[in-house]
Design a protein around this ligand. Sequence first.
Ligand SMILES: C[S@@+](CC[C@H](N)C(=O)[O-])C[C@H]1O[C@@H](n2cnc3c(N)ncnc32)[C@H](O)[C@@H]1O
Length: 247
Amino acid sequence: MIRRTLGKVFDRVADAYDAARPGYPDGLFAALAELAETSLNGALVVDVGAGTGISTRALQARGARVVAVDPGAEMLSRLVSRGAGAAVRADGNQLPLHDGVADLVCYAQSWHWLDPVVSVNEARRVLRRTGMIAAWWNTHDTARADWLAGYEAELAELAPEYWGPAHPQWRVPSIAAVLDVEERWVHWTRLVTVDDFLLDLRSHSYMAALDPGQADELVGRLRGRLDGDAQEGVLTVPMRVYLAVGR
Ligand SMILES: C[S@@+](CC[C@H](N)C(=O)[O-])C[C@H]1O[C@@H](n2cnc3c(N)ncnc32)[C@H](O)[C@@H]1O
């Protein structure tokens, strides 16, 4: 049975997530294929924490057959309404799949929401003998733009549950502590309107923790500084993806 609270955080911000979260660059999937020593084309991939389907659609676009798994009813409904194929509402710590069926189990921005040990054992159970586990996270690359570093620093002051590059203890999730992985950083650049950048902000779990009035006030304050950083309403945002691949 799915615990009632599981997936609820993102269900509150599913529309913003669906509309404005960034996708992933081609270079990520090239690095994934290289480190996993396999082609995504034709592979059976379990996309754990698939959410609204950003990762699912990107994997499908590269020829993968994807089973999308997520406990969030609202998140998953966005994925289904876009016709993403096989979707199962379930906890990724207890995958509703037989042993030894998948070529790849992946966690796109999601592994840190699961039990670190149980999730990896569960992934190993459903993988074929040659199967691989991959996890990745998109983050703002604050080292490449002062305006972005300033924005993250102000956000860290305004949002009590903020977790990101401006937090003193921030680091990539510790999958390398439980799985022997090869790691890559993939850099890319996102062009995004200020409106969509702020909608993306609203889709983060630390924003979902605020009451609506607090969230509106925070977004209003940050809009003031971002308007000055944009050119004709568009921000050029340096991004980087941390990728970890192991067995
Ligand atoms: C940040 S979103 C990532 C969505 C998508 N993979 C992407 O690339 O945008 C994290 C997702 O993990 C899901 N999640 C949280 N706990 C989970 C669990 N125990 N098992 C599977 N998914 C979980 C949430 O419901 C949410 O949709």
